[in-house]
Design a protein around this ligand. Structure first.
Ligand SMILES: Cc1ncc(COP(=O)(O)O)c(C=O)c1O
Length: 447
């Protein structure tokens, strides 16, 4: 929330400017009502204080990243109108901004033509990709890795598509040997490659997945809800770089601007390589789409009403910080990865901790050193509490024994899933504060 005064001034100026364009509107409220609103909003401000300090550099836990002030201001400004990006009738300016912002995301993956739109988040975006997959390969199985987001199994269930998960290697990446055997059965219609798993930020080997899937006439969907923007950075390991470069060859991709894209929640994005899949969205609406023959976004989206404000915020953010290699946005993401590598080097070398493999993006998972999995789980929760008391907020993740055993050959696995510590280092400011983070961690490492 730093810089609030400047933020308020920019917003106030813009509100007056917008008001100038909307002159002569009748007042919605009387003076007395404003006093009541004032009182309610003061209560709201007090209630909102009951949260973890997500914006602070020492909040290094869950997948949470503060929206950029430009996104907040643009969103708040748009709320004065509250456009609905279902149809041009409800959001003319904001629909155009959505089309421009989404085209820029498609270009980020190397696509000069595409079909796509914003969604409420990664779940809805993935749902659309799997739904289109199911329309093209009816009744065929969806395959995703055991580390894929749980949403894929659930969505497949909603869509009544058979779903199976493919084991991963110890880094959390889809095992392509098993995938090959599975594809040879001939009943799979779509493979989901996760580029940036939720637990550890693992990147599935997309080049190999594409090769295998194409040989079996199978579609490939990339779930890069978390990792997508890492297509812009130049400091991934070689396999990560190769995987992101091949998104251009997939059939569909999801990226969440409300994760790494500096947006308030309510902003996912689905993109299809073939604009022809738009035919599946066709629907009859007797009461909308009258104002223009141009594309109304509701014609290519499963959701009807959607917040135009989300598109306005994304458009403004991308105007300030274009998602291009070498730009300021990419530089900030690069620093997140540097922070993760620095934290991983620290825990890897520390006698009180056990690391797993080198992170592929900016998520680090590690655990306190102990001989038994049960003790490791208990101690992870203790470190989680102790660091929180010192102002350092971490997260926890449960990882399967198969992913941990190769890194921890001397551990006795008296349980199949082990609770570990997890940090999503999503804020560039983490890189400047890695010394403070590791100092607290070091202090809290003992029993
Ligand atoms: C890889 C991946 N896919 C999908 C999702 C679901 O996205 P959302 O929470 O925006 O619905 C997440 C959320 O963490 C994710 O990490």
């Amino acid at each position: 929330m730093a810089g609030s005064d400047r933020e308020f001034r920019v917003l106030e100026k813009a509100l007056h400017r917008l008001e100038g364009h909307l002159a002569d509107l009748p007042a919605m409220l009387g003076d007395g009502e404003w006093d009541e609103i004032d009182a309610v909003i003061s209560d709201v401000a007090d209630r909102l204080a009951d949260n973890y300090p997500y914006h602070q550099p020492l909040y290094a836990g869950q997948m949470l990243k503060p929206p950029h002030p430009v996104a907040r201001i643009a969103y708040e400004l748009a709320l004065q109108i509250n456009p609905n990006n279902h149809a041009l009738d409800g959001g003319r300016a904001s629909s155009l901004m959505e089309k421009e912002a989404v085209a820029e995301l498609a270009r980020m993956f190397g696509w000069s033509r595409h079909l796509g739109h914003l969604t409420g988040g990664g779940t809805m975006a993935n749902l659309e990709a799997l739904w289109v997959g199911g329309q093209l390969r009816p009744g065929m199985t969806v395959l995703a890795s055991e580390q894929a987001h749980y949403t894929h199994g659930r969505i497949s269930n909603v869509l009544k598509l058979p779903y199976e998960s493919v084991p991963t290697d110890c880094h959390g990446r889809m095992d392509c040997g098993v995938l090959q055997q599975r594809l040879e059965r001939g009943d799979a219609g779509l493979v989901v490659a996760t580029l940036g798993t939720t637990a550890t930020g693992a990147v599935d080997p997309l080049p190999q997945i594409l090769d295998l899937a194409r040989r079996h006439d199978c579609r490939v969907h990339v779930d890069s809800a978390y990792g997508g923007y890492f297509a812009l950075v130049d400091n991934l390991d070689a396999d990560g770089t190769e995987a992101f470069a091949r998104i251009r060859d997939a059939d569909s991709v999801v990226v969440d601007p409300h994760k790494h894209g500096l947006q308030p929640y309510g902003c996912g994005c689905v993109l299809f390589a073939d604009p022809g899949v738009g035919k599946f969205y066709v629907h009859d609406s007797a009461y909308t789409y009258f104002t223009s023959d141009e594309l109304h976004l509701g014609e290519i989206s499963l959701e009807c009403s959607r917040p135009g404000a989300a598109a306005v915020a994304l458009w403004a953010t991308q105007r300030l910080l274009p998602p291009v290699p070498g730009g300021r946005f990419a530089a900030d993401l690069r620093r997140c990865r540097e922070a993760a590598l620095a934290l991983w080097s620290f825990v890897d070398a520390h006698p009180g901790f056990r690391a797993i493999g080198r992170p592929q993006l900016d998520i680090v998972v590690w655990a306190p050193r102990a001989d038994r999995a049960g003790d490791i789980s208990r101690m992870s929760r203790e470190v989680f509490d102790r660091t929180a008391e010192r102002g350092l907020h971490l997260a926890l993740a449960q990882l399967p024994r198969d992913m941990l055993a190769p890194f921890w050959p001397d551990v006795i696995f008296d349980m199949d899933r082990v609770t570990c510590l997890r940090s999503c280092l999503m804020k560039p400011v983490h890189a400047d504060n890695i010394g403070a983070i590791t100092a607290i961690l070091g202090d809290c490492a003992g029993n």
